[in-house]
Each structure stands twice: as C-alpha cells, then as structure tokens.
Design a binder for this molecule. Structure first.
Ligand SMILES: *Cc1c(COP(=O)(O)O)cnc(C)c1O
Length: 253
C-alpha cells in the first residue's frame, strides 16, 4: 500500500501515520538524491510541509532528524511552534496578510524564512516589526513570483521581481533577501516554463543587484514536481502530501 493511501485510512490513524511519515521522509530523501545525481545538481533543502497535519506528525519527521518545516497558516504555525523544539527552522509558505505579520513574527521567534513576500508594503512592515521585536539576525525572505499568470496565485509579475528584490536589499536592513519562490502549474511536464521563468528572475536580479546567483535561492518544486524542479536547479523544495499523506480539509462552514 502506498504511503498516501495508508495515511488516509482513518481507522488506524495513529500507528499508521507514524510509520508512514518516517517512510515518507526517507522515500522523498531517496528521490531527492537520485534526482540530484541524475542532473549533477546539488541536493536542495527539503522543507516538509505539515499544514493541516497534527504536530505529532511533524515531530515524527523531526525524530527522523528533519529540521526544516513549512506551514501556510499563521494560527497553525504559531500553535505548532509553541510546542515544537526550538531548533526547527520554520519556513512560512502561505500568503501573508500584512495585518498578521506581527502575530507571525512574535509567535514564531525561530522563523527562518518567509517565502511569500509579494509587495513592498509587506516587506516594509516585516522590516519594521523585526526591528521592534529586536530579532538577533535578519529574517530571510523570498520574493514570491507568479510564474504561471494564474489569477488565483499570489506573487509579483516576473517583470517586477527585481524591483521588489532591490527594495528589500536597499530599504529593509532587518530582512535578508534569500531568493525567489514560485508555485508551478500542476502539470509540470507541459509547463516547465514556470521554473525556467523563476531562474530568469534570479539571473536578472543577480545582475542588477551585483550579486552572485549562488547567493539567491530558488524555491520551486512540490510533491508533484520536485524531481523536475531539482533537475532545473531548485535549491529549496516544499513537499507536503508525499511525506504526510493527502490533506483533508474540513468542510467550510
Ligand atoms: C501546500 C503547499 C506545498 C506542499 O504541497 P504538496 O503538493 O502537498 O507537496 C508547497 N508549497 C506551497 C506554497 C503550498 O501551499
């Protein structure tokens, strides 16, 4: 039975989930290594995305030695971080409304990277709050780019990516530009241009900002397309359901 199928079975939820997370993370690591070897690229950081999944499952991955975790919702990451070990490197990967920035930064002191900055206004607010909270090192941020042009997706237009990246490096001393992030189209094989587009954004920004491309990350690749993303040079992949099982969202009231 597949990892996903097992995790979905409600009857044996607790024991099955524990086995499946450990297996899921090992399986993903194997696939990462294989894709890296095939392409000659360095293996990227694996951010395990635990959104909607209980903290116990996150901790199961933690006990496999995993330290990088991603979450999409402010309330959920704040609750998890409060009860989780402090040496976790949290990545926030959901859309952030600026009025929740303070709750996020205050609630998750060990927030490592916020991958979804898409306006100068949000960058300015994060910069100010980091200053007020007296974080000891700058908050890593990525510029989210909408590389697919879909209305439903957040992120700056590819042509605007350099402008926002420059704003962060020049005007936001409490932030550190870590790179660029995108969400590819579901069907990667017909849409490799999303990842090509993100690489172009990085190349142009590095040129303009006088940086080495290697200083800027590419966060691309999820359960359905992480191997392809690695072959394209991703340095940070965000994998949820392949590790933790399919997500079940409660019916919206
Ligand atoms: C949920 C989510 C992921 C993980 O998705 P899977 O397909 O479950 O691996 C990655 N990135 C973002 C931005 C997400 O919202």
């Amino acid at each position: 039975m597949s990892v996903q199928a097992r995790a979905q079975e409600p009857a044996a939820a607790a024991p099955a989930a524990q086995v499946s997370v450990a297996e899921g993370i090992k399986d993903v690591r194997r696939r990462i290594e294989a894709a890296a070897e095939r392409s000659g690229n360095k293996a990227p950081r694996l951010v395990a995305v635990g959104k909607t999944k209980p903290l116990e499952m996150v901790l199961e991955a933690y006990h496999q030695g995993h330290r990088y975790f991603g979450e999409n919702y402010v309330q959920e990451i704040v609750e998890k971080a409060a009860s989780a070990p402090e040496d976790i490197h949290w990545h926030f990967i959901g859309h952030l409304q600026s009025n929740k920035a303070k709750a996020l930064l205050q609630g998750v002191p060990n927030l490592s990277v916020l991958e979804t900055v898409d306006t100068a206004k949000l960058a300015d607010r994060l910069n100010r709050i980091c200053g007020e909270l007296g974080r000891d090192k700058p908050l890593g941020v990525m510029v989210q780019v909408n590389t697919s042009g879909e209305e439903s997706k957040h992120g700056v237009e590819p042509a605007e990516a350099t402008v926002l990246a420059a704003h962060i490096t020049e005007k936001c001393p409490n932030l550190k530009l870590a790179g660029f992030m995108t969400i590819g189209m579901p069907d990667y094989t017909s849409k490799p241009e999303n990842f090509v587009c993100l690489k172009d954004c990085r190349r142009r920004a590095a040129e303009q900002l006088g940086m080495d491309e290697a200083e800027l990350e590419l966060s691309m690749g999820m359960s359905g397309d992480f191997e392809a993303a690695i072959e394209m040079g991703s340095t940070n992949i965000r994998v949820g359901s392949t590790i933790f099982g399919a997500r079940v969202y409660p019916n919206k009231k």
